[in-house]
Design a protein around this ligand. Structure first.
Ligand code: PMP
Length: 428
């Protein structure tokens, strides 16, 4: 038994499923998760000191690689001053200025401790601001484990919320309308029918929780238009895409301005941080300025702000995101070429520093139905074989992959050589 297997058995005695967040459990992958003990640059090292080239990057934050010396130094330099004060600090204003500068749609911003808190607060704010209850979301988009947003979609264009988890009251879920991602007609029909009762639309502007699905031309534009016409608040959940798809997030990349934006991951440099912000008029409804309550004991924590600021400053360097995109292209083009040579149906989809692999004969994957139609068993075989070659991909066919600037051409080449062997083996 490996040390990871032993540790997984131990963890499972005291921690539900052995993990503190479900996808870490490698469910459906046919093996125990690997326990990591340290990380450096593009690498993770497991408890037996095996090295992996990592394309998860702590699920997004590690855009300059693990243990970035400048981020670590920013944290180290603050530690001796104390871990938390529960008072305003200058660092919080530095962070707010930086976010508003990078994302001009954000005129005011509130820091929170996770992406979930950001989306939860943005939804409450949209409801408080409009005085309406209904929220529109999209099938296969994940916005954290917020009650109102943990709602399963059925088939068909328009589904009135069925909770996707016990514990979410049906009476709450019924205010959530789930539409199909990239379905412009579905959006128009929904707003024609009930637009004046919709508080807000929340969307991943590039879907990263059903693998990687960019918006089709016109989709985000339509959301902007129906929100303008109906008075609903357009919320971009950029927890994953923010600072990754482009420095200014998907909103900069696609040129669509949301009313509110949710942030997480990169904004904390690996510390537990989220943020939500947007138009001053809407953000002025947040307490203590306005009536919509929202708070956090550790929100704006000095060490977390220091880490996030250091990382954001670093990735503002001109050309950073272009280089990241080039690495994604090298990896994805190479994977497709090796799959073609092996006769395996594999396509990739990309958006800036994120990417997805789909085992499918389709030429494009645009929706949850398309994503769930892919060959999950082929993915599992690919994932486990890559792992034995020291390549750590996201352990689920529904998660995007993340590139970092610490991934050099040599790391991509090593990954592609492993993939060549694995894909050829899968074809046998
Ligand atoms: N929104 C999106 C788009 C996410 O990808 C995630 C997490 N992966 C969240 C919200 C929730 O963030 P957290 O896990 O920090 O609560």
């Amino acid at each position: 038994m490996t040390t990871s297997q032993q540790q997984f058995e131990r963890a499972s005695l005291r921690i539900p499923g052995g993990v503190n967040s479900p996808v870490r459990a490698f469910k459906g992958m046919g093996q125990a998760p690997v326990f990591m003990k340290r990380a450096q640059g593009p690498y993770l090292f497991d408890v037996e000191d095996r090295r992996y080239i990592d394309y998860v990057g702590s699920w997004g934050p590690m855009i300059t690689g693990h243990a970035d010396p400048e981020v670590l130094e920013a944290v180290r330099s603050r530690v001796d001053d104390g871990l938390s004060f529960g008072t305003p600090t200058v660092l919080e204003s530095d962070m707010a200025d930086l976010i508003c500068d990078i994302m001009p749609s954000i005129e005011m911003v509130r820091m929170v401790n996770s992406g979930t808190e950001a989306t939860m607060s943005a939804v409450r704010l949209a409801r408080g601001y409009t005085g309406r209850d209904r929220i529109v979301k999209f099938e296969g988009n994940y916005h954290g484990h917020v009650d109102s947003l943990l709602v399963k979609a059925g088939s068909g264009a328009l589904t009135h919320g069925q909770p996707s988890s016990p514990g979410v009251p049906a009476s709450l879920a019924e205010h959530t309308i789930t539409l199909s991602y990239n379905d412009i007609e579905g959006v128009r029909e929904c707003f024609a029918e009930m637009g004046d009762s919709i508080a807000g639309v929340i969307v991943e502007p590039v879907a990263g929780n059903m693998n990687c699905i960019p918006p089709l031309p016109g989709f985000l534009e339509t959301l902007r238009e129906v929100c303008n016409d109906s008075g609903a608040v357009l919320i971009f959940d950029e927890v994953m895409t923010g600072f990754r798809v482009a420095l200014g997030g998907a909103q900069a990349h696609y040129g669509i301005t949301p009313d509110l934006t949710c942030l997480g991951k990169i904004v904390g440099g690996g510390m537990p941080v989220g943020a939500f912000g947007g138009r001053r008029e809407i953000m002025s409804y947040i307490s203590p300025l306005g009536p919509v309550y929202q708070a956090g004991t550790l929100a704006g924590n000095p060490l977390a702000m220091a880490a996030g600021i250091a990382l954001l400053e670093k990735i503002r360097e001109p050309g950073f995101h272009q280089r990241l995109g080039e690495r994604v292209d090298q990896l994805c083009d190479g994977l497709e070429a090796h799959a073609r040579a092996a006769g395996i149906d594999l396509i990739t989809q990309r958006a800036g520093g994120m990417f997805g692999l789909f085992f499918t004969a389709q030429s494009q994957v645009d929706s949850f139905a398309d994503a769930t139609g892919c060959d999950a068993d082929a993915f599992r075989r690919f994932f486990t074989a890559m792992l034995t070659h020291g390549i750590y991909m996201a352990p689920s066919p529904f998660e995007a992959g993340f590139m970092s600037s610490a991934h050099e051409r040599t790391h991509i080449d090593e990954t592609l050589e492993a993939a060549r062997i694995v894909l050829a083996g899968m074809a046998d």
